[in-house]
Design a binder for this molecule. Structure first.
Ligand code: C2G
Length: 132
């Protein structure tokens, strides 16, 4: 089974590792779409802290990940699922229900998020707690 998932994976943390490891357990080949810097600027109004080339390299270095590619547009999910011949789409529960339209081309599963950690929380802590 081929599994696909998507994310920014900025300021890489344990929540990211957990979802990627769980996704891999569903199959034998894990494909990860890493959102581009441009897509993030569009989505969140700011560029990620880590560049897309660094984020691609970090995600690719994980032993549970078999293939990475750049996710250029949120509207291209069906295209990516077909291109990479994915059988299962995995996303975290913050996306619950948002990708149900792809159930006609693959299985769609949502996993609970790892509690107590997020990229924005880390950025916030660093911003407010670093003394210079
Ligand atoms: N995640 C998680 N637990 C956390 C934080 C994140 O399980 N504590 C999961 C998210 O639910 C997501 C994945 O890790 O499935 C990547 O999270 P983000 O980098 O925040 O990705 P996001 O910006 O939501 O981009 O096309 C979809 C987007 O590219 C997803």
């Amino acid at each position: 089974m081929r599994v696909i998932t998507f994310g920014t994976f900025d300021v890489f943390h344990i929540g990211h590792v957990n979802i990627l490891e769980r996704a891999k357990e569903l199959g034998s080949y894990l494909i990860v779409g890493v959102s581009s810097d441009q897509l993030n600027i569009k989505k969140k109004g700011r560029p990620p802290i880590y560049s897309q080339s660094d984020r691609l390299k970090i995600v690719e270095s994980l032993h549970c990940v078999d293939k990475v590619f750049l996710e250029e547009s949120l509207e291209k999910k069906a295209e990516y699922i077909k291109l990479y011949k994915a059988d299962i789409l995995v996303m975290g529960s913050d996306w619950e229900g948002k990708f149900d339209q792809f159930k006609s081309i693959c299985d769609v599963q949502y996993f609970p998020r790892t509690e107590g950690i997020s990229t924005s929380q880390i950025i916030d802590i660093v911003k407010h707690h670093v003394e210079v």
